[in-house]
Design a protein around this ligand. Structure first.
Ligand code: HMG
Ligand code: MG
Length: 315
């Protein structure tokens, strides 16, 4: 059992972007910067810190430029910072910063594409190619997300064909990595294995990442399927923050601590310090003034409270 487990995997932290884009309250730029620093201290090698989309659509991340100025130079030079870029207008803003990687995004369904970026799939591919061309020419690494790969909130189950076609087009744009988004957390292991199997030949397993939201509690099972299928890059967010504002029912991403706990328990290295990650999670809860959904975080804090109570009684 579990014979194909790797020695090490890469975890991409998307909380500061995917998480905070969905928070009803505006988080202060200085708090975002501190949060990113704490995540970096925990050992995350790649952090998606913000997004250069329209501030009218996502006001929560309107401070992308200011945030990049505050935080990029404070991080270890080995850390890859990245941000979503939807079009050339976003790329112009991105280029003014020291963020290292361009993250494109589009959808596998027409309805989600329209709701999310006001473009059809074909129009999105044109806009993405424009960005990919200049970003590659400028020497940036480029990652691309395909959203609603397994299920769409408007169209239901998605067949693998559009996903395969979109991935082929993204490869023609010379993107370095493709992250498959289970935007509304509806994927199940057999479906995940099927899609990876179909993409493995054209895209290559080493270029594929998995991005599970944990809406229905299936994310870890799907990660395990991904691991067994040869995937070595997984996206997650601190404390399970997250959601897509243009996908009803999309709740948080798989919590980074839950993912790290499972991987370390299976002797798969992540380079992440779980205690420091919890400190970052506690900071996020303080800033957002609420408990986050991550299970490991809850269990850790619960155990700490119990220990403190016992010590009080013993005194
Ligand atoms: P649009 O309104 O169709 O754009 O938006 P437009 O080109 O017609 O421009 C309209 C106005 O917006 C113009 O300004 C533009 O200059 C401005 P005006 O002349 O009216 O003053 N504008 C911009 N301003 C700043 N930065 C820009 C920009 N672009 C245009 N980049 C657009 C098109 C794509 C911009 C819009 O639909 C948008 O921003 N959508 C946001 C989508 C989004 O952020 N969704 C959440 C992230 S995706 C996600 O969460 C999924 C993922 O996690 C994976 C998964 O879970 O599956 C990645
Ligand atoms: Mg997402």
């Amino acid at each position: 059992m579990f014979e194909s487990l790797p020695v090490k995997v890469k975890i991409v932290e998307v909380g500061p972007r995917d998480g905070l884009q969905n928070e009803p309250e505006q988080v202060a730029t200085t708090d975002k910067a501190q949060l990113i620093e704490k995540i970096a201290e925990a050992g995350l090698g790649e952090i998606e810190i913000t997004s250069f989309v329209s501030p009218k659509w996502i006001p929560q991340l309107a401070d992308a430029t200011e945030l990049a100025e505050l935080v990029c130079n404070k991080l270890d030079s080995n850390i890859t910072t990245s941000a979503l870029v939807p079009n050339l207008k976003g790329y112009e803003r991105f280029k003014e910063t020291s963020i290292k990687q361009v993250n494109l995004f589009m959808s596998a369904s027409e309805s989600h594409s329209k709701k999310n970026i006001n473009k059809s799939i074909d129009e999105a591919l044109i806009a993405l190619k424009e960005v990919a061309d200049v970003a590659k020419a400028d020497g940036y690494r480029v990652r691309a997300y395909v959203s609603v790969v397994f299920e769409c909130p408007y169209e239901g189950k998605i067949s693998p064909e559009p996903v395969i076609n979109i991935c082929d087009r993204l490869l023609e744009m010379k993107v370095d990595e493709i992250s498959l988004g289970d935007t509304i957390g509806a994927a199940t292991p057999v479906h995940v294995a099927q899609v990876i199997g179909l993409l493995a030949k054209n895209v290559g397993l080493e270029k594929l990442a998995l991005h599970f939201h944990d809406t229905r509690g299936g994310a870890l099972a799907n990660v395990l399927t991904g691991l067994e299928s040869g995937i070595r890059i997984f996206d997650s967010s601190l404390g399970g923050l997250g959601g897509c504002p243009y996908a009803p029912g999309a709740s948080g991403n798989l919590a980074t601590e839950d993912l790290v706990y499972m991987l370390h328990g299976m002797n798969v290295d992540t380079g992440i310090n779980l205690d420091k990650l919890v400190e970052a999670g506690k900071f996020a809860q303080k800033v957002l003034k609420k408990d986050l959904p991550g299970r490991f975080l809850k269990a850790y804090i619960g155990a700490e409270c119990k220990k403190n109570e016992k010590e009080k009684i013993a005194k």
